[in-house]
Ligand binder design. Structure first.
Ligand SMILES: Nc1nc2c(c(=O)[nH]1)N[C@H]1C(S)=C(S)[C@@H](COP(=O)(O)O)O[C@H]1N2
Ligand SMILES: [Mo]
Length: 401
């Protein structure tokens, strides 16, 4: 154990004893009486324990194909979102695509138009990276007022996976982008033909044509068999069920980029193609809807992320923003991925407000609600990244503040 970790552990061990462990010092435990049982047979594909209940709430929709589910982030640990709990956002349902028949067309302003089968793509050099995907509409309800009663409701349109695929740069080099090719248009095979324009520099920098998520094939809901992964950019450009990429000379102004994802500012002008998701953080424990067992040791836990790079610092306030303490950041800290933060805290049993703010490697600090609305007004439905407060009552209940 490194020295400072060890010191932290020793400091904690005193309070941990007060945090609900029921053993008495010196109590005798009979090893022979520890329970055991004959288990179930082995099985071909894993499932979680019957006692685990974390799930995505499925809204009751008139058209169930058009909607979203949210990741219950407060019920996940570490930085990886289980694929089965990744949020979903579909504009026209989840197509059931046969990977033996699905192809990706790469054409437009290129020397050679190319058609790739999924098998072709899997033969090419591959790369794996951990990246978050966050819908531009995540936390959108917070613009008007601090709205969300819990983490899932306000922050659950964000998840983090390990994505594996072919760097898009390799495909573009195969095709040979002509000098006039400055943008691309990526299109999905769902009924709405989701399509978005992206600058060619981003495509050459770090985009992936992904076929795997967390070690297995991408889930149908995440774009099986192929999705574009655009690290750090708003969720919508991560086109699922990817079927074509067309190289063009300017953004296409597709329906998906003109009808949505543009921020109306206070002065009546609008921001379009903002793309990058700014630094953001949220405390996942204690958070809205949870209840603290009683005064004493608590580990404050949360997630921070930034579309511009790595999270450099997360500060936590347990007195409504008057004083701030640096939280420990889980290593390795990866660019454009979730970073888990943790801070030991001794709750004295009185009413208080807790919050966190993130600083990223671009030197950007997550703004307060006031700073954000001062700069951008409160007309938008997208790209909200103000800090989130949770109010802890004297009875231990945690509510939206
Ligand atoms: N083809 C296609 N791609 C799509 C969408 C879609 O409806 N169709 N939704 C987009 C939106 S708005 C978001 S936020 C992300 C959501 O990705 P997920 O469903 O894997 O979480 O996918 C994007 N890619
Ligand atoms: Mo989205």
């Amino acid at each position: 154990m490194p020295k400072n970790e060890r010191r932290r552990f020793l400091q904690l061990s005193g309070i941990v004893a007060l945090a609900g462990c029921s053993s008495q010092p010196g109590a005798k435990v009979d090893e022979e009486k520890l329970p055991s049982a004959l288990g179930k047979p082995i099985r071909a594909y894993g499932e979680r324990s019957q006692f685990e209940t974390a799930k995505r709430a499925v809204p009751d929709l008139k058209r169930p194909q058009i909607g979203s589910t949210r990741t219950p982030l407060a019920e996940t640990e570490g930085i990886i979102t289980p694929s089965s709990l990744h949020f979903e956002r579909h504009h026209a349902g989840v197509p059931d695509l046969d990977p033996a028949k699905h192809t990706l067309l790469l054409h437009g302003l290129v020397e050679r138009s190319l058609v790739f089968t999924v098998a072709d793509l899997k033969r090419l050099p591959s790369a794996s990276h951990i990246y978050f995907v966050e819908c531009a509409g995540n936390s959108g309800g917070e613009w008007k007022a601090p709205g969300g009663p819990n983490v899932a409701a306000s922050f659950g349109l964000a998840s983090c996976s390990e994505w594996t695929g072919v760097p898009l740069k390799i495909l573009l080099e195969e095709a040979g982008v002509k000098p006039a090719g400055k943008w691309l248009v990526a299109e999905g095979a769902d009924a709405c033909k989701m399509s978005r324009s992206l600058p060619i520099e981003k495509a050459l920098e770090d985009c992936l044509v992904a076929y795997a998520q967390n070690g297995e094939a991408i889930r149908p809901e995440q774009g099986y068999p192929l999705r574009l992964v655009v690290p750090g950019y708003e969720g919508n450009v991560n086109v699922k069920w990817l079927r074509q990429i067309k190289i063009v000379d300017q953004p296409n102004q597709t329906k998906d980029e003109t009808s949505k994802y543009t921020d109306l500012l206070a002065d009546g002008t609008a921001r379009q193609f903002t793309f990058v998701m700014d630094a953001k953080s949220v405390i996942t424990y204690p958070s809205g809807g949870q209840k603290l067992g009683g005064p004493g040791f608590q580990e404050i836990r949360g997630l921070a992320w930034s579309g511009r790079g790595v999270i450099e610092k997360v500060e936590v306030s347990t007195d409504g923003g008057k004083t701030w303490t640096k939280a420990a950041l889980q290593e390795p800290r990866l660019p454009k991925a979730f970073t888990r933060f943790r801070l030991p805290w001794k709750w004295d049993g009185t009413e208080t407000e807790i919050t966190a703010r993130a600083v990223d490697s671009a030197g950007y600090t997550q703004p307060s609600r006031e700073e954000l609305t001062e700069a951008r007004g409160a007309n938008s439905q997208y790209h909200y990244n103000g800090v989130k407060m949770w109010k802890i009552g004297a009875d231990g209940s945690v509510k939206n503040a």
